[in-house]
Design a protein around this ligand. Sequence first.
Ligand SMILES: Nc1ncnc2c1ncn2[C@@H]1O[C@H](COP(=O)(O)OP(=O)(O)OP(=O)(O)O)[C@@H](O)[C@H]1O
Length: 330
Amino acid sequence: MTTTDRTQRQPDSAGGPAPVERQGGRAHVGPDIWCEDLVRIYSTEGVEVQALQGLNLVVDPGDVVALVGASGSGKSTLLGILSGLDRPTGGRARVAGVDLLTMNRAQRVDYQRHVVGFVWQQTSRNLLPFLTAADNVALPMVISNRTGRGGRVGELLELLGVADCADRRPSQLSGGQQQRVAIATALANSPAVLLADEPTGELDDAASEQVLEAMRTAAGELGTTVLVVTHDPTVSDHVRRTVQIRDGRTSTEVLRQKVVGPDGVERTVAREYTVIDRAGRIQLPKQHVQQLGLHDRVRIEKESTHVQVWPDDQDHHLTDPATRDGKEER
Ligand SMILES: Nc1ncnc2c1ncn2[C@@H]1O[C@H](COP(=O)(O)OP(=O)(O)OP(=O)(O)O)[C@@H](O)[C@H]1O
């Protein structure tokens, strides 16, 4: 992103993370994606659907995050808001320092041209069919009147592993090649954040693998933050963090870290976390709720390093907690 792009961003006036300078002359605001208590209610024919119900999400610059969740959980709704195509009903959201709730029309256009890049599931929706791959990648830069286009087109196609496709039209490319050219196009104006909605949804396993890997490589090389919505189970091999949405809220996260074992071998260790919001609310995993028969109310006990959640079970009340903890009812 150019310095000019960043100077058009709004100052941080609504609280939240403070602006800081990104190294290399790129202005930057704390996290690249910051959503707090985000709500989106759709009203159609008198029926209200609450697609996002107080969603919180923070993504740091350069992170590559997969967003997963059941159909109807709110993934596309969130991407629609983050891409500036839709407005939230409530809450706060900021992408690379831009307040998504207060943007006017001109700022929205600038935002979509320079701050975020977008890749859709349908390969045909990402590229203009009558332009070559190189011309598709160049187009956003032409619209933005950006100089040095030729060199950048070559660099991006090279980075995405499709340099040999430069002179071909989309119909002469495989689905995977089309998506990689689409990613190059989305990255053309150096957006801070790349958003992708099921970019591998129409691809076979091998092509999906190449697209996800190309996306990760490009993000790593360019320092782009990536949020990718996917049902693709292999995505976990390509991202450090997977965030699960359930009923319009972020519910669990899986973080992956590389650790070197005592035998000197490097392994990837994945650990699942449940998201806790500012009010201290957590969503218990569905299978725990079902298996333990948790409903209506539960009892919470604090230990020195953790809390325990107990079913509201009369027998349990009789045997616990006084005997177990040495606590007596007063
Ligand atoms: N334009 C709309 N008007 C009314 N309801 C909508 C609209 N768009 C989405 N919804 C509803 O909002 C909820 C969330 O939808 P959304 O498309 O965000 O889910 P999703 O997680 O992306 O699902 P999928 O994985 O099937 O794409 C669903 O109940 C959906 O029916």
